[in-house]
Design a protein around this ligand. Structure first.
Ligand SMILES: [Zn+2]
Length: 84
């Protein structure tokens, strides 16, 4: 979902842009929070970086395997499907 805000900010000499306070507040972005930067077409996407399950996207997955994270729910699902 794209929501145009009409907010225009200028990039400073170090390439920095200030994310408006209201936006940070509504998305729960705090000081020192990691932000993941990605590109989609000609857009730059900033997302709060959170460890997520690679399968369902659940936040704070508890199982790590080969550098990938997954939640216990997905692990159970996989086990169930494998034992069929
Ligand atoms: Zn999962």
């Amino acid at each position: 979902m794209k929501l145009s805000t009409g907010i225009v900010r200028r990039v400073d000499e170090l390439g920095r842009i200030v994310i408006p306070k209201e936006m940070r507040k509504s998305l729960n972005i705090d000081q020192k929070d990691p932000i993941e930067i990605s590109i989609e077409g000609s857009s730059i996407i900033l997302q709060k970086y959170e460890n997520r399950c690679v399968f369902c996207g659940a936040i704070k997955p508890s199982i790590q395997y080969n550098g990938k994270l997954m939640c216990t729910k997905c692990l159970k699902e996989i086990n169930k499907n494998l034992s069929k």
